[in-house]
Design a protein around this ligand. Structure first.
Ligand SMILES: [Zn+2]
Length: 308
């Protein structure tokens, strides 16, 4: 007997009710026996991890008896955005490689809304592991205790701008993963500036990096935000897929990180299994001798004109 496991990451445009119907259809299609789905979950990339296990018969004759077995067909999904002519990008970001010696990795965490994951926070503080945290004005309002911890450890934490209200930085009316985008240059500017203003009012130094909700942008919004004086923080390894991955999958993602990678995860979902995987993964990288850096510490390269 042979088991073949298949992991499929599907980006769905809507984290609302009707996506559940689509998921059921996909589960049926892939004979899925596991599904990770949280409509109120992480801030970005509401990707649904489907894990299908297919039992393959050891005897070829078993298949020969079923010549009409249906081929797997990729499900028809609705377009990612209503404004189909607009190209959205999800930029990559790397920090300069260390080259010889210990690999260099930048840990970045989004604090979109909601609360704080103490598993991740205590791991970073207790082991003195530098990280860059992207906070929204919305998250700052409800997490003053965590903010105090961040501010008490400026040698560990770099704080950067994740926006005012966690609205995708896209200057055209559309929805990104079901979240209405800013929709105009004025609203993009407000999202960026509103986030920075709240940070400064909370005693945080002026941010120099911006990462928008969903990590997707229109190219014109990127140019606009760059014009406001910010670099835009993409990433190169998706650590937790919007805090939706099971802990073991998070560990696999982190373990794949190489010299120069920028990992994105979430520090605002204390009830999710992903956070357990993040905490364990950080320690695993540390045990491998990784040199952790913050975005402010090391030169970087981002694509889609996000940094240069
Ligand atoms: Zn977010």
């Amino acid at each position: 007997m042979l088991w073949a496991s298949r992991h499929i990451s599907v980006a769905l445009p809507d984290d609302g009710g009707h996506s559940v119907k689509e998921l059921v259809a996909i589960m049926h299609l892939f004979r899925t026996d596991f599904i990770s789905f949280d409509p109120t979950g992480g801030c970005l990339m509401n990707r649904f991890l489907l894990t299908s296990a297919f039992l393959l018969a050891a005897v070829p004759a078993a298949f020969a008896a079923e010549p009409t077995a249906k081929p797997v067909v990729w499900p028809q999904l609705p377009p990612k955005a209503a404004a189909s002519n607009v190209k959205l990008v999800e930029p990559h970001l790397h920090v300069n490689r260390a080259g010889k010696g210990a690999p260099r990795i930048a840990l970045t965490f989004d604090a979109c809304m909601g609360k704080t994951d103490p598993r991740i926070l205590s791991t970073l503080v207790d082991h003195h592991i530098p990280a860059t945290i992207f906070v929204t004005a919305r998250w700052l309002r409800s997490n003053p205790e965590t903010l105090a911890v961040f501010l008490a450890h400026p040698d560990i934490f770099e704080l950067e701008d994740h926006g005012q209200n966690h609205i995708p930085a896209v200057d055209i009316p559309m929805a990104v993963y079901g979240i209405p985008a800013a929709g105009s240059p004025q609203a993009v500017a407000q999202e960026v500036k509103g986030g920075a203003d709240a940070m400064i009012a909370a005693g945080i130094p002026q941010p120099h990096w911006f990462r928008g909700a969903t990590a997707k942008y229109s190219l014109s919004a990127i140019a606009q935000i760059r014009g406001m004086g910010y670099r835009i923080a993409g990433y190169s390894v998706n650590g937790d897929s919007g805090s939706l991955l099971p802990a073991k999958m998070v560990e696999k993602q982190y373990a794949s990180a190489k010299d120069g990678d920028v990992i994105i995860s979430h520090i605002n979902q204390p009830t999710h299994a992903a956070g357990e995987g993040v905490a364990a993964s950080i320690l695993a990288l540390k045990a491998k001798g990784v040199q952790f850096v913050r975005l402010q510490d090391i030169p970087e390269q981002g694509d889609d004109d996000t940094t240069n």
